[in-house]
Every structure is written in structure tokens, then in C-alpha cells.
Design a protein around this ligand. Structure first.
Ligand code: OSB
Ligand code: MG
Length: 375
């Protein structure tokens, strides 16, 4: 039964635009609203949803909603529609000839996991082998207009119960804000993320961050700069964490061999799907390297997938998975995710992703949709 091939009879793509509660600024740009792409597949009497985390601007990666739409509509969906698929490995084999575009692939894979989970009546966390029922989380704080504004925002998140704070930094906005937050909140678990905004010759500020007892310094240099990260790590006690640099298990292997990082932020979208994310997790567990689950300001669909992933045992640092109300006034998925008083969020326990799509809200935020039938 479990080995009977399944066929995706039809699929649907939707380009969404959702207003963020607060503007989110990083070293590569400002977002006031977030675009993403939802993928729905159906067959065998069930439907599955996935989220492609590519946005409107190619700053975090080269992918955008536009490139992902093209790759999904013209290459990925034609490769899988109505094909006999025995599980995720078959899906991956079908799309393996298509090079790059990890976010587009990850969105499709997530829809497939949700669909399989619903057919098997099992939650995603069980399919992935996770055992936690709740996940330790933190919050990622965008660049603020002033240090005063930053202290207010951080204080507000701490009073909401977030037990770990991540500050976005960029050249010219690093030592002063980090020092201020550290002075006001001496004990709070704190980390920073440069989103590749630094050049290797701007290492002095990064080395100076060593005195603030940070959990980690995330992606100071551009994605390709593995050697520069390795050299910086030699001079730092604080672990370097790579995000944009790690697109696959082999890239994780290379970065670890080079000493370019001591921890990895695992995002399913960035690495081409949950399967590759699990492979990176397993590699890191084998090597004693701590990992944590990152985020891309996902809707409840993508966040449900991240929560299931973060339930795996090697995820030993708090995740960038915050409550729904940190991101959106209204979400397209229910139930909303809420923060527990111990800075955890529950892992969904229903079949598949364990969330339900609110079709009225979905329609309201959809800019474009298209159906694809079996051929
Ligand atoms: O670099 O981790 C990042 C959001 C969008 C793009 C890149 C990043 C982020 C975050 C937010 O830091 C994490 C979240 O979803 O809460
Ligand atoms: Mg990051």
C-alpha cells in the first residue's frame, strides 16, 4: 500500500502578496509586504499545499516569484504531473535534471509532503522522524531607524516571551546597536545576521563583536566567500553561522571542512526542500555541529513545515520561527501559531502540515493564479 505509486492529477500556482505587520530591513533591502508563491497539488482524493519562499526582489538569492513561477509552470510541474511517484525520492529523481532554483523545488516538495501526510493520515513531523512536540524559538529583529527604536522593539519582544533575539546588522549599523542591546539586556541570548553585507576587508567590526557574548554571527560575507569566512572564524571565539552560503549537503560538507562555520542555519527553501534539509541536519549531527532552523517570513504553510523540521533532534539552537502575529495581522492558514511562555511553539500534530487554508483570505491576497491539469 505504502509503495503504490501516487499520481498528481492537477496543480495550482498562486502568487500572494501579504502586508507585514512591521517593515523588515536587512543589509540587502526593506520589505513592507511579502510576496510568495503557493503550490497546491491534488490527487487520490487529497490535496497538499506548499510555499515557495522566493520573494519579489532577488536580494537573498537570485530567485524571485517570477523565476519560480516560470520554473514550476514550465519545468517542475510538467515533470511530475500524472507521473507514477513512489514517495519523495521519486519526486526528487524526476526533478533532478532541472538545475538550480532550490526555492521553486522546495515549494513543490513541501506540497508533496503535505499531500503524502494527508493520504497516510500522519503529521509531517512523523514522516521526517522528529520527536519534539514543541520547538524552542527566537525572533529576528530588522534594522531599526535608531538605537532607541531598536531597544524598544527588543524590549517588546522580550516582554512577549521571546527567549532569543537576533539582530540584523550591516556595515555602519553593528557595534553600536549590539553594544546597546547587550548593555540593556546583559543576559539575553543574542545573535546577529549580516546577510552577506560585509566585504572581507571590513573584518575589524566583526572581530570586535567577539566581546558581546553572542551565540553566533550569521553570514557576514557574501555567499561565495567561504575562504573569507574561514579566515574570520580563525580569529573569532564566537561561532560563525552560514545561511546564504549553504545550498546543499555537499556545500555544507565543504564549508565545515574549510572551517568556514561552526553552525548552520537550515532553511528548506534555500537548500531545495525538506529532504536536503534533513540530509544537512544528519551530516551535522554526525559531525557534532549544532544546527538551527531559519525562516523566510513564511505564511503559516511554510512555517508549519519549518516547525516539523525543527522537531528533529539535531536542532539544538533556537529557531527563527516566531508567532503568526510577529509577521501578519491575518494569515492564510489556521490555526495561528502562538508563543508559549517558555519561548516555544507547538509542532503541528494534524495530518500533513496540519494547517487549513482559509480560502477567503487566500483569495484576498492572491495576485495571480493558474491551474495545471494532468497531461
Ligand atoms: O537571513 O535569516 C535571514 C528573513 C528573510 C530573508 C532572510 C532572513 C530572514 C530572517 C527572518 O532573518 C526569519 C523569520 O522568518 O523570522
Ligand atoms: Mg540569515
Amino acid at each position: 500500500m505504502a509503495d503504490d505509486p501516487l499520481r498528481i492529477a492537477a496543480a495550482e500556482l498562486r502568487h500572494l502578496r501579504m502586508r507585514l505587520r512591521d517593515r523588515f530591513e536587512t543589509s540587502f533591502g526593506v520589505e513592507e509586504e511579502r510576496d510568495c508563491l503557493l503550490i497546491r497539488i491534488e490527487g487520490a482524493g487529497e490535496a497538499g499545499w506548499g510555499e515557495c519562499v522566493a520573494g519579489s526582489f532577488p536580494g537573498f538569492s537570485y530567485e524571485t516569484v517570477g523565476t519560480a513561477w516560470h520554473i514550476l509552470a514550465d519545468h517542475l510541474l510538467p515533470a511530475v504531473l500524472d507521473a507514477p511517484l513512489v514517495g519523495i525520492s521519486d519526486l526528487r529523481a524526476r526533478i533532478a535534471p532541472i538545475r538550480g532554483h532550490p526555492m521553486a523545488k522546495a515549494g513543490l516538495e513541501l506540497a508533496f509532503w503535505d499531500w503524502m501526510g494527508r493520504i497516510a493520515k500522519l503529521p509531517l513531523v512523523d514522516l521526517l522522524g522528529g520527536r519534539r512536540t514543541r520547538v524552542q524559538v527566537g525572533v529576528s529583529v530588522g534594522i531599526q531607524p535608531s538605537v532607541d527604536a531598536l531597544l524598544k522593539v527588543v524590549n517588546s519582544y522580550l516582554s512577549q516571551g521571546y527567549g532569543r533575539i537576533k539582530l540584523k546588522i550591516k556595515p555602519g549599523y553593528d557595534l553600536e546597536p549590539v553594544r546597546a542591546v547587550r548593555q540593556s539586556f546583559p543576559e539575553v541570548p543574542l545573535q546577529v545576521d549580516g546577510n552577506g553585507g560585509y566585504a572581507p576587508d571590513q573584518s575589524a567590526e566583526l572581530l570586535a563583536l567577539d566581546e558581546f557574548n553572542l551565540l553566533l554571527i550569521e553570514q557576514p560575507f557574501a555567499a561565495e566567500q567561504l575562504l573569507a569566512h574561514a579566515r574570520l572564524q580563525e580569529g573569532l571565539r564566537t561561532p560563525i553561522c552560514l545561511d546564504e552560503s549553504i545550498g546543499s549537503e555537499v556545500e555544507a560538507q565543504l564549508a565545515l571542512e574549510l572551517g568556514a562555520c561552526r553552525t548552520i542555519n537550515i532553511k528548506p527553501g534555500r537548500v531545495g526542500g525538506l529532504s536536503e534539509a534533513v540530509a544537512i541536519h544528519d551530516l551535522c549531527v554526525e559531525r557534532g555541529v549544532p544546527v538551527w532552523c531559519g525562516g523566510m517570513l513564511e505564511t503559516g504553510v511554510g512555517r508549519a513545515g519549518n516547525l516539523a523540521l525543527a522537531a528533529l533532534p539535531g536542532f539544538s539552537l533556537p529557531a527563527d520561527i516566531s508567532a503568526t502575529d510577529r509577521y501578519y495581522e491575518q494569515d492564510i492558514a489556521s490555526p495561528r501559531f502562538v508563543l508559549n511562555s517558555d519561548s516555544t511553539i507547538e509542532v503541528p500534530a494534524g495530518p500533513g502540515l496540519g494547517v487549513t487554508i482559509d480560502s477567503v483570505e487566500l483569495e484576498r491576497v492572491t495576485l495571480r493564479s493558474e491551474r495545471f491539469g494532468a497531461r
